[in-house]
Design a protein. Structure first.
Length: 295
């Protein structure tokens, strides 16, 4: 089957069914999100008691004038960056380790990692809360911390959530990077080893440049996942911590939309998150294209 434009249009025909499904599942919800963010939309409008009042960018003006929003945004950016960095470091290190161990340990490590990956976020968060529980958890006893509460302090609570996020996220990086390493010709790695390169030098000078397209994908995916973390924060800090000290944007949007019934304001936060993620992704891809990387 050929079209007037030849084979150039043929791939789009194959992609058309998937694009239609993605359009129905993604474009329409995003459109509704943006639309609601332009209205005063509260419980009165949801129940039909009052008509929705058009506010234009009023919700965004209120949002940007709120000091709390900027505090939560900063906390979200720092927390997401820490999660992404730790996830990539752990995932890449274990991917390299998989190439250096025998078949049985490799199988055991892979199965353990996949077990963490498929564990539901609520279940994983509950298990980690038990492990670090001040009364019954084994971690405090092993470390000799007595009845130390990890969720009481702001930074210790963020650290606890970070550990859980990395635990359930690194398998994706590990498996993806491991597959990329296996695709690298063995002669390249053997030549680097014969030249006296250390494992770190081989990774930095040989593997990382060759795996840059794969690392780009897992980095962008990790940024998207970690920037919009909700379940772990909500479950492990009981809705955002004491006085909201552990709020991130996703939980903050939930509080505004559902706890305070300010659906328009909550939708505005969602739109801001979407724009931030799009901007980060586009800037990152543009920097790679400037370096001549093929994605």
């Amino acid at each position: 089957m050929r079209t007037r434009d030849g084979s150039r249009a043929l791939p789009w025909l194959y992609l058309a069914p998937a694009l239609v499904v993605l359009g129905a599942l993604l474009v329409y919800p995003v459109y509704q999100l943006g639309l609601i963010s332009l209205f005063r939309y509260t419980q009165a409008q949801v129940s039909g008691g009052q008509p929705a009042a058009f506010r234009g960018f009023g919700n965004y003006t209120d949002l940007f004038a709120d000091e709390r929003f900027w505090q939560v945004l900063l906390a979200t950016v720092v927390f997401a960056a820490a999660c992404v960095g730790c996830t990539l470091a752990v995932g890449c290190a274990l991917a390299v380790l998989l190439t250096r161990v025998r078949a049985l340990p490799r199988l055991a490590l892979t199965l353990a990692a996949l077990g963490a990956w498929v564990t539901p976020a609520v279940t994983g968060s509950t298990v980690w809360l038990f492990l670090f529980d001040p009364d019954f958890g084994p971690v405090d006893r092993i470390l000799g911390l007595g009845d130390h509460s990890w969720t009481y302090g702001r930074y210790s609570a963020f650290l606890l959530v970070l550990l859980e996020v990395v635990w359930c996220s690194f398998p994706f990086v590990m498996v993806t990077v491991y597959a990329g390493i296996r695709a690298v010709p063995a002669e390249v790695l053997e030549a680097a080893a014969l030249d006296g390169a250390s494992p770190w030098r081989i990774w930095r000078s040989v593997l990382a440049p060759l795996l840059r397209p794969i690392l780009t994908v897992v980095t962008i995916q990790s940024v998207i996942w970690d920037f919009k973390v909700f379940t772990q924060i909500y479950v492990m800090t009981n809705g955002g911590g004491i006085a909201g000290q552990n709020l991130v944007l996703n939980v903050y949007a939930y509080q505004q939309a559902f706890a305070s019934s300010q659906y328009g304001l909550g939708s505005a936060i969602g739109v801001v998150m979407l724009l931030i993620l799009l901007a980060v992704t586009l800037v990152y891809l543009r920097l790679l294209r400037r370096r001549g990387e093929e994605l």
